[in-house]
Design a protein around this ligand. Structure first.
Ligand code: HEM
Length: 468
């Protein structure tokens, strides 16, 4: 068994690379050893997620072009719009949107420490490979037919296995760092064990829910989700928002009331949601839209909650961005569900705009904020002024364009199908802002690749060289 230098060091508190002591400190004249590989682990996770974002955005541009010029589909033989669409959606969800959350879990479970850190790269490659194989199945016409649950055939097994591989890495990290300082409190231990137990169910749930025979409750008026299920999924998002800061940073000593208020409101709304049940129910029922309206309270609460924590200065730009998107998403999402408005907008471009507001606006800004916090000084890759404004303003323009198109479509259902001047102008502008979004994301990927070449981010010591 080889004993590397780093194995001689017992666990030290996780160090933000930004606040590591300078190399000329007297005690560091001896060979410098660190137990943390945080910069490399998070930079590599950021690179993977950005690679998927850029690829999925390129497909988005192709989709926008196909919608503007339908004859383009003819150039792709069987690989037409309907085949590319699930690839676009799944890569945005399971690639771009999921990998930063994996990085977050790596932080929470101390995967960024050696010797566990060395396994983070293989696990990220396993995840990305399963996603690549899934994409091949969708583009070749194999899908369960369920949006975001298109996994079918062998990819329906492979992707849950990739999640399981991630779970095993987290479990290994938990065991390795059990006696570390972050497990000093019994609450932290209990939280991480419960978290791991819940995560264990994810691969199985994904496998089961991908079955085409299993359906969630639907709104019989629109064929879409019910008010109760909208509330449920938004509360899951809010739960993630409330938990995130605890894994990323520490609380400001002076401010505890926003936490008490937020968690109390969260539990009250969860009880309300349970009371609404999971039956098929119309959005014309006042209980549905009034209870969904209870989410409006989170517009001021979430910014207040996040202000109660300490954040790396590099996060400022994206923190403001995700909070702005949040303040736009909640009231517009609720308004869209109201009787009269939903009836006009359902299954039109208006909802495409809303999806983009949610995913490309709010979720993307939130994920970048999380990655900047994890990367610390390395977070510069997301802070270019040009790409920041181009991305956010393009998403805003996209949402406005699709809202106008959706409203027209609600009045004249043929609007989006039959090419006409107004429709073509809107679709051409959507293509243009799509290209701008693609360029902004490519800029982040180029910078992430540069970051990986910086000495501090380049190498994680090989797992074999670590003591087991
Ligand atoms: C270059 C950037 C992008 C372009 C050009 C683009 C383009 C498109 C197009 C053309 C559609 C199909 C709309 C239709 O069926 O009429 C679509 C749907 C969608 N895209 Fe993208 N997209 C981009 C980025 C993103 C990003 C970053 C996300 C998420 C993080 C995302 C999530 C979605 C979702 C959720 C839908 C489904 C909308 C719905 O049917 O409700 N897209 N996108």
């Amino acid at each position: 068994m080889s004993l590397s230098l780093s194995s001689a060091v017992t666990f030290a508190p996780p160090q933000d690379p930004a606040v590591e002591r300078p190399l000329n400190a007297p005690e560091l004249n001896a060979p410098r050893i660190t137990t943390s590989s945080a910069p490399q682990v998070f930079a590599f996770a950021a690179w993977h997620s950005l690679a998927w974002l850029v690829f999925a955005n390129a497909i988005g541009v192709l989709l926008a072009a196909m919608l503007l010029i339908p004859s383009l589909n003819g150039l792709f033989d069987a690989w037409t719009y309907g085949r590319w669409m699930p690839v676009h959606l799944n890569l945005q969800l399971y690639g771009w949107s999921s990998l930063p959350l994996l990085a977050f879990l790596f932080k929470v479970y101390a995967v960024d420490r050696e010797p566990v850190a060395a396994w983070s790269r293989p696990v990220l490659w396993v995840w990305s490979s399963a996603l690549a194989i899934g994409s091949v199945t969708w583009i070749t016409g194999h899908s369960s037919g369920k949006l975001f649950l298109d996994w079918t055939g062998y990819s329906r097994v492979l992707f849950p296995l990739a999640i399981l591989a991630t779970w095993m890495l987290l479990a290994y990290a938990l065991i390795r760092s059990w006696n570390g300082p972050e497990y000093a409190s019994p609450l932290a231990r209990a939280g991480k064990i419960i978290g791991l137990a819940l995560l264990f169910a994810v691969p199985l749930l994904l496998y089961i829910s991908a079955s085409p025979t299993l359906y969630p409750p639907i709104n019989p008026d629109t064929g879409g989700p019910t008010g109760a299920s909208q509330l449920e999924s938004t509360l899951v998002t809010i739960a993630i928002l409330l938990v995130l800061p605890f894994g990323l940073t520490r609380r400001k000593a002076t401010r505890s009331w926003p936490l008490t208020v937020s968690w109390t409101v969260f539990f009250a709304e969860s009880i309300l949601c349970l009371g609404l049940g999971r039956a098929d129910v119309s959005h014309h029922r006042p209980t549905q839209y009034i209870s969904l309206g209870s989410l409006l309270v989170w517009i001021p609460l979430i910014p207040t909650y996040f202000a109660a924590f300490e954040w790396h200065p590099n996060t400022r730009r994206w923190r403001i961005a995700f909070l702005c998107w949040w303040s736009l998403l909640i009231p517009t999402g609720w308004a869209l569900f109201l009787p009269g408005i939903l009836d006009h907008f359902k299954f039109t471009d208006g909802l495409v705009g809303h999806s983009l507001l949610s995913m490309a606006g709010f979720v993307t800004a939130l994920l970048i904020f999380v990655m900047v916090q994890l990367l610390g000084e390395g977070g510069w890759i997301f802070n270019g002024t040009w790409s920041f404004y181009v991305w956010n303003l393009s998403v805003l323009a996209y949402v406005l364009l699709m809202s106008v198109a959706g409203w027209q479509e609600g009045s004249h259902p043929a609007f989006a199908i039959v090419p006409g001047t107004a429709r073509n102008i809107i679709y051409a502008l959507r293509l243009l802002v799509g290209v701008l979004m693609f360029i902004a994301s490519a800029d982040w990927l180029i910078d992430a690749s540069k970051l990986l070449r910086e000495p501090a981010y380049a190498q994680i010591p090989n797992a074999r060289s670590q003591i087991r």
